[in-house]
Design a protein around this ligand. Sequence first.
Ligand code: 5AD
Ligand code: SF4
Length: 437
Amino acid sequence: MTYHIVTYGCQMNVHESEKIAAILKEKGYTEEAPIERADIVVFNTCCIRENAENHAFGNIGALKQRKRENKNFLIAVGGCMAQEEGKAELIKEKFPFVDILFGTHNLGELGELIEKKRAQKKRVFSLKEERTETEDGIEPVRTGFPGAFVNIMYGCNNFCSYCIVPYVRGRERSRSAEAIVKEVEGLAQRGFKEITLLGQNVNSYRGEVDFPELLDRVASIEGDFRLRFMTSHPKDFSPALVAVMKKHKKICNLLHLPAQSGSNRILSLMNRHYTREKYLEEIALLKREIPDCEVSTDLIVGFPTETEEDFQETLSLVKEADFSSAFMFIYSPRTGTKAAKMEGQIPEEVAKDRLSRLIEAVNAQTRQKSAKYVGRTAEILCEGFDEKKGMYLGRDEYGRMGYFKSDRDPIGEYVLLHITSANGISLYGEEATNGAV
Ligand code: 5AD
Ligand code: SF4
């Protein structure tokens, strides 16, 4: 029997889909197959913005006919959208052919739910309120070699006024440092070369130690791997974090620090607990200590009451903070959040126009930075082969994608590239030598 998992949303979800794959394998679905042929399709959903939900609805709906023709074919819907208040009811109603519904806190039960469904005609649902345990004992099917994700904490306590995550992921829970170190040691021994520590807000990590100390411990593990972590919150940024980043060569010199807006008035409405000035001071400290460190960010346009002046402050922040790249979004009202009830919701055309101007500004900066690479070398960790381009690809420590041709299979190796041209965030080059860091 075969399976297919459709994943929406963040890296947390990508990693959880690796756990879903492990559960499916245990239940006899031994191989992955295209969605048209799989015996079970699992949707691992996201609800952070409305368009993530609409994509999922569209794709679930498309399976209706198949389900009608083949009663043994199973459809399961899980993840953040399933956990969202009222959405489970909506899914049940709108898609009566969905067999299994499970929330973010019920991933570990998927195996039992499948068995239950096999034994009965009725659909099965499991939406637990909240989970306190931090170890699920599931050995994920790693799909990102040479990269691997490691959860360090779950949930979020911040309640940024626009964000639904605290409602669907529950309160913060940290895994023990011991368990995390053990997992990373195992991955390093198996030859994984890029470890990304995951949490909605990694700086809030509170295990036996705090986050900088955890990072120090993980970076001290033997092996030639790179270490990344995401996501950090500017309100919890600390000099101790910078000191650990500076101490370890393994830790990539890229900090993903979502700013969300450059306007203090908007930041306050967003309940972010920092100012533009504080944010810029943090970056200044980081760059003073680690001059070649780069910063990437997340930015939202069209938050309720955002004026052209507020937006101009976001534009100027892009320059001042010298972001190397950014994820940029139009604000999407999420039911149940504070911001969804605020007056002064921004018309879509205005928000769209701001987004396109912001993308242009960020892209121009990214292009400028990439152009500087031409004629220099970059160390790429080769992670795959691009069929369309006929080239291998990988990232440097700053997250820039490097493409190159090779006669051998260098996937999983560090490759030194002579950069011959640049295009946006992508670099093109020729292999100079190869070797470990
Ligand atoms: N609308 C638009 N973007 C959002 N994000 C979170 N919630 C919303 C929302 N309601 C963005 C933030 C966050 C990223 C993961 O998604 O920028 O950092
Ligand atoms: Fe990830 Fe948040 Fe989307 Fe859930 S709602 S998948 S935590 S981005």
